[in-house]
Design a protein around this ligand. Structure first.
Ligand code: ARG
Length: 580
């Protein structure tokens, strides 16, 4: 309803100014209404005008309502209640706006001034199992990338995998102990958690192994060829596994987006040099650190540093992220840097951004945002684990989603068979996992619940996908092609048609609102309202029965509903089958 706001304000201006209300003092008050019930699409609370006008808010609202009513004729009907001026769009206005959407493949979503935006997401660790946190990062990051690209931005996907650092000494030695050909072969590493744990165990228990591991780290850091070759074996096995997960998930990430910690190792000395040049680097017990001061104190009240280079010469996670910022801003020309990473790393990013800004790696024109998210919990409120109490293996989880979806469609539509059924089961199973994650506020912990996410009712992917498939089936029964509706007139004869029209008009606003805060759940909430309004509409309005004009109007509403769902879910990385 922001269109109604922007069309109403200029028409309200002259009558409002004649009442002695100054230009610039009231426009901001006119906003899309937050109260449902079909009373107002746009509301203007007059309470803040009371002290200036020296009248009660309800008197002011009454006066404004009668003053602007004529100039809004045809657009909105005006009323007032309890100090609010209420505008309700007229059917004519609504129809004309909705008619414009029939011909718009973007469903009203405009392009923004393009910025170059790095989105850092997924970022699992080499030789470790991808955990559900990486799943969240992958799914949320992918949705954000799709939305930003659709708005016209240049998006650079960055998969900052953990592929460098001291643990690789012991991992490489363990690889050698197991036998290189064994590990590098077809089978690869079937259980990364086990692999990592064994290496760790030997490191802690076996002095000789620990010694070998330490000298392996030195060799790795000095870029010894043989060591790099062994390291690459581990990287390749892991990358194969990540790609298996990405392809099951249907996310946009490819090998071209891999930009792991190792890719920045040559910039690390440069980070140190630049921090030292601007006088930020201090020596603390042999380590090189930055003290930011201010709120960064530990429990004892002592200043708490950002570790740049440890006393043993090794660099830190923060150093790598600083190098990353330099690279993204200076080499890639990024305006904005987004990091889709769990909430536990909040302090890390705050400190890194502060160092980067103090050192001039980023300035006012850049936005660096930690797009944080909560943990994935099981139904008992515990961190999600597999039955054996280990980290859930992501491919197993995704396979289970598809199997469960398959059994639910076999109940719902036994006619679906063969490869079509396989495809549909995949779209529903994977869609369900993604949507249940995306539809909850990312900053909160979210509960992983198979029954809820696969349900055909409620705010779930299967429910939205089902509404979409249902509309496709209406069209196949109607004998009318969806492309033939471009000149349809929209007739809003029932409250259900009006309500659906309003939801369809709100789509682009929901997408913008979702991007504005980088909150995919806002779009989900809207898609669910579209679907619910469609269900009420479909119950009351017989789409294929009426005369030609009514039929064409209702079919156009169906078409736009289906398009909102497929475009909206598409922006979230979720597919919409035509039959299910
Ligand atoms: N690999 C890290 C982890 O698993 C996440 C990296 C996030 N990105 C970054 N630029 N720090 O926790």
């Amino acid at each position: 309803m922001r269109d109604l706001v922007s069309e109403a304000i200029p028409r309200m201006a002259s009558p409002i100014h004649s009442m002695g209300i100054e230009e610039g003092s009231w426009e901001e008050l006119v906003k899309p209404s937050t109260v449902g019930g079909g009373m107002a699409d746009v509301a203007m609370p007059c309470h803040s005008l009371a002290p200036i006008m020296k009248k009660s808010p309800s008197e002011i609202a009454d006066n404004i309502a009668s003053a602007v009513s004529d100039s809004l004729e045809g657009i909105a009907t005006v009323s007032s209640l309890n100090g609010f001026v209420n505008l309700l769009a007229t059917d004519t206005w609504l129809s004309s706006k909705v008619e414009a959407l029939i011909r718009d493949p973007r469903m009203g979503i405009s392009l923004e001034d393009s910025r170059t935006i790095a989105v850092d997401y997924s970022a699992p660790n080499v030789a470790k199992e991808m955990h559900v946190g990486h799943l969240r990062s992958t799914v949320i990051g992918d949705a954000i990338v799709r939305m930003l690209e659709f708005k016209g931005h240049r998006v650079i996907k960055e998969n900052h995998v953990g592929d460098w650092g001291t643990p690789f000494g012991m991992l490489i030695e363990h690889l050698l102990d197991l036998g290189e050909s064994e590990v590098a072969g077809e089978k690869g590493i079937s259980d990364f958690d086990q692999f990592y744990k064994q290496a760790r165990h030997k490191f802690d228990e076996d002095q000789d192994f620990a010694e070998r591991s330490r000298s392996r780290v030195v060799k790795l850091q000095s870029e010894d060829n043989e060591t790099l070759r062994l390291w690459q074996i581990l990287v390749d096995i892991s990358t194969r596994y990540f790609n298996e997960v990405y392809s099951m998930l249907g996310v946009l990430l490819t090998d071209d987006d891999l930009m792991g910690e190792s890719a920045y190792r040559h910039i690390l000395p440069n980070v140190v040099a630049r921090l030292s040049e601007c006088g930020m680097l201090e020596n603390s017990d042999g380590a090189e650190v930055v003290f930011l001061g201010g709120k960064w104190v530990n429990r004892e009240g002592d200043p708490f540093p950002v570790m740049i280079r440890k006393a043993d010469g090794g660099y830190n996670y923060s150093t790598s992220d600083l190098a990353c910022i330099i690279d993204r801003v200076e080499r890639l020309g990024c305006d904005d840097l987004l990091y889709v990473v769990g909430t536990p790393q909040k302090q890390h990013f705050e400190m890194v951004f502060e160092v980067a800004s103090n050192a001039g790696f980023i300035d006012q024109s850049n936005r660096a945002i930690h797009v944080n998210f909560g943990s994935v919990l099981d139904s008992d409120g515990q961190m999600l684990k597999s039955r054996k109490g280990q980290n859930v293996k992501l491919v197993d989880l995704l396979r289970e989603a598809i199997v469960r979806a398959d059994s639910s469609i076999s109940e719902k539509n036994p006619e679906l068979t063969g490869s079509e059924r396989e495809e549909v089961a995949k779209m529903i199973g994977i869609g369900a996992v993604k949507y249940s994650d995306l539809s909850s506020d990312r900053t909160k912990d979210y509960v992983f619940d198979w029954d809820r996410m696969l349900s055909f009712e409620g705010n779930t992917a299967p429910y939205l996908q089902y509404s979409h498939a249902r509309i496709c089936s209406i069209f196949s029964r109607s004998g009318v092609s969806r492309n033939s509706l471009t000149d349809s007139r929209i007739i809003l004869a029932t409250p259900e048609e009006r309500a659906l029209a309003r939801e369809l008009l709100g789509f682009s606003q929901a997408v913008d609102y979702s991007i504005e805060g980088l909150y995919p759940h806002r779009l989900c909430t809207h898609l669910h309202s579209v679907s619910s309004s469609f269900a009420s509409f479909y119950e009351v309005c017989h789409v294929l029965d009426g005369d030609d004009a009514v039929k064409s109007s209702r079919l156009a509403l169906c078409d736009m509903t289906a398009r909102s769902l497929s475009l909206g879910l598409g922006l979230l990385g979720i597919e919409t089958p035509e039959r299910m």
